[in-house]
Design a protein around this ligand. Structure first.
Ligand SMILES: CC(=O)SCCNC(=O)CCNC(=O)[C@H](O)C(C)(C)COP(=O)(O)OP(=O)(O)OC[C@H]1O[C@@H](n2cnc3c(N)ncnc32)[C@H](O)[C@@H]1OP(=O)(O)O
Ligand SMILES: CC(=O)C(=O)O
Length: 525
């Protein structure tokens, strides 16, 4: 099978995504992750277009130690009416000192005439001259044909002339771009096969996702004879993004038998995709194929009953192949098998205990009817399961009462809470202030427990979400509060449901402290 180039353009086309802004240090960090993933080429940016990209290539020379990938600099063909040798932008591409230069060129007659405002012949001369000049300077040249598919449909002969000109001038790969992202797989297949047949050039594919088909179009192109695929990690890119390279690579390697990256590297795909999300500051997309948090999460009871026998029955691959893992979600769609599988994940062997399983299912369904949502609060489910298994609730403290006062005052700490409880055989009364009632309760509860459970010091609330469940009741509605907490190493989610938002938050807070102490291995004192 032909070797396929995996060409990543996260640092150039990915960075064209709305809201994404990468520093030079970010770009260097992402390039390191891409190299670890095993991509063949990393397009670092457009040297000369902005000082940041120029600086990236300067620093890359000494700071990037690429083991697998080759660095590419991106830029356009020379300006109309000049020469490549005298063009400052072409010189900036040489100054980047990368082994590969990727040029963007016009291949659509309307773009040539209206956007470039030049003649068809001059555009071909710009391409031929720029490729020849760069090849003469020892660069491997890839040529991106912007708007190729639309251009081919409008004027096939001209689009083919562009490919031939680049190929004849020495471009190693001519990349057909679906710049507007409007193509569908059958069109891509037909056009790629025809271009390959007509020109004999080695072809690449670069797809945008405006029809939701970027991955499918990229695969169609490869199956039709392309040997180079461009994309971005997590599908970042202008408008609706580019082809998600993680999905493309996993599809090709795991489903079509291509040998693109070492299997061991693919096993780190989830980790690397999330590490890159961390740098881009874009929250990972839970339903992303292969590496999304939900990609192998199972909610339906029927699915769980089959998965219990054999995970292959409801999974298209073994999640470990991409570094992901199977998760069972507990909700009112769960059956006994879901609880048994979830129990297994949490370290409880519940096989052969049908009555216990039925009891947990009933309890979950009854609570979900009242507004609980266990698939968003694993920790609250684990506490419920533990209670059913052991026959008693885990209690680190007994609450006598709590109250909170919110005062309209011109200062930050406008809420004050008092908590009375018993812990470590002592009765404690503690107060706490906060910028709101939950914050004040959190402070008061910590204050009350600090002496008996110093472990609490590490706990931190990192997210707090409120949902009104039956909004038709207005301010009388039931409220669900979800709290995410961390101890610096693990994070967990707990929930509370009550007619009163503060009561719901209190329940979620108590579950959060109880769960955190349990996981820290603390015995009730
Ligand atoms: C499909 C893609 O995503 S391609 C990548 C697009 N990425 C970017 O545009 C990001 C980086 N771009 C930039 O920083 C700037 O646009 C620059 C530095 C490249 C150019 O800036 P300016 O010189 O101010 O020009 P401006 O952006 O207004 O217009 C682009 C110019 O390039 C010309 N041009 C466009 N494509 C090409 C090409 N393939 N070959 C040669 N010239 C081209 C346009 O005709 C226009 O020329 P004009 O200045 O004579 O009107
Ligand atoms: C080159 C490029 O990014 C495009 O045509 O979409």
């Amino acid at each position: 099978m032909t070797t396929v180039h995996v060409y990543d353009t996260t640092l150039r086309d990915g960075a064209q995504q709305e809201g994404l802004n990468l520093s030079v240090a970010d770009k260097l960090a992402i390039a390191g992750h891409l190299d670890e993933l095993g991509v063949g080429y990393i397009e670092g940016g457009w040297p000369g277009a902005n000082p940041k990209d120029t600086e990236f290539f300067r620093r890359a020379r000494s700071e990037l130690d690429l083991r697998n990938a080759v660095l590419a600099a991106f830029g356009s063909t020379r300006r109309a009416g000049g020469t490549a040798a005298d063009d400052p932008q072409v010189q900036a591409l040489l100054d980047a000192e990368t082994p590969v230069v990727t040029l963007v060129a016009k291949s659509h007659v309307r773009h040539v005439e209206q956007a470039l405002r030049t003649t068809r012949e001059e555009n071909l001369a710009m391409i031929g001259d720029t490729v020849t000049h760069l090849v003469g300077q020892g660069r491997r040249v890839f040529l991106d044909c912007e708007h190729f598919f639309d251009g081919y449909q409008l004027d096939r002969d001209y689009a083919l002339d562009v490919v031939r000109t680049a190929h004849d001038a020495g471009a190693e790969v001519v990349v057909l771009c679906d710049t507007n992202g409007g193509m569908l797989p059958p069109q891509v297949s037909e056009i790629v096969a025809a271009v390959r047949e007509e020109t004999g050039a080695d072809l690449g594919i670069h797809c945008h996702n405006d029809t939701g088909c970027a991955v499918a179009n990229s695969m169609a192109a490869l199956e039709a004879g392309a040997m180079h695929v461009q994309g971005t990690i997590n599908g970042y890119g202008e408008r609706t993004g580019n082809a998600d390279l993680v999905t493309v690579v996993a599809n090709l390697q795991l489903k079509r038998g291509y040998d693109l990256v070492e299997p061991e590297r693919l096993r780190h795909a989830l980790h690397l995709s999330h590490a890159i999300s961390e740098v881009t500051n874009v929250v990972p997309y839970g339903r992303q194929p292969y590496v999304g948090a939900s990609a192998f999460a199972h909610k339906a009871g029927l699915h769980a009953s089959a998965l219990k026998v054999d995970p292959d029955l409801y999974q298209h691959i073994d999640p470990a192949l991409v570094g992901n893992s199977m998760r069972t979600l507990v909700s009112d769609m769960a059956g006994r098998a879901s609880i048994e599988l979830k129990g297994r994940e949490l370290g409880y062997d519940l096989a052969g205990q049908p009555e216990l399983l039925a009891r947990v299912v009933a309890s979950v369904k009854e609570r979900e009817l009242r507004g609980w949502t266990f698939d968003a609060a694993d920790a609250s489910f684990e506490l419920l399961l533990r209670q059913e298994v052991t026959g008693e609730a885990l209690r680190y403290f007994d609450v006598e009462s709590w109250r909170v006062i919110v005062e309209a005052a011109h200062r930050d700490d406008a809420a004050e809470a008092t908590v009375k409880l018993h812990a470590g055989e002592k009765r404690v009364v503690a107060t706490g202030e906060g910028n709101g009632p939950v914050n004040a309760l959190d402070h008061a509860l910590r204050e009350a427990l600090a002496e008996v459970y110093p472990e609490l010091e590490k706990f931190e609330l990192i997210d707090f979400r409120v949902r009104i469940l039956d909004s038709s009741h207005g301010t009388d509605a039931t409220t669900r509060v979800l709290i995410e907490s961390t101890d610096g190493e693990r994070t967990w989610e707990t929930m509370g449901v009550a007619p009163n938002i503060v009561q719901a938050a209190w329940a979620a807070l108590v579950d959060s402290f109880t769960y955190g102490l349990m996981k820290a291995g603390v015995d009730p004192r």
